[in-house]
Design a protein. Structure first.
Length: 71
């Protein structure tokens, strides 16, 4: 089963990974489910509409071990 993304999730575009991080701004309740994403690392406003879920890659959150309070 594929991951269902939520509004606000950080993703990358599968075919355009070099573009950097994107954020999901809205979800279309069609079959298959489609999304609107916004590019985060640009100065202007840039949106992509009706992106299929299989064209998105989940951005993994990294844990920083150096931020622990007991050091």
């Amino acid at each position: 089963m594929r991951k269902k993304f939520k509004v606000g999730d950080k993703v990358k575009l599968r075919n355009y990974r070099s573009w950097g991080l994107c954020e999901i701004t809205s979800i279309y309740k069609e079959t298959p489910r489609k999304y609107t994403v916004r590019l985060l690392d640009v100065d202007c406003t840039a949106y992509w509409c009706r992106i299929k879920g299989n064209e998105l890659l989940e951005v993994k959150r990294r844990r920083n071990r150096r931020t622990r309070g007991d050091q």
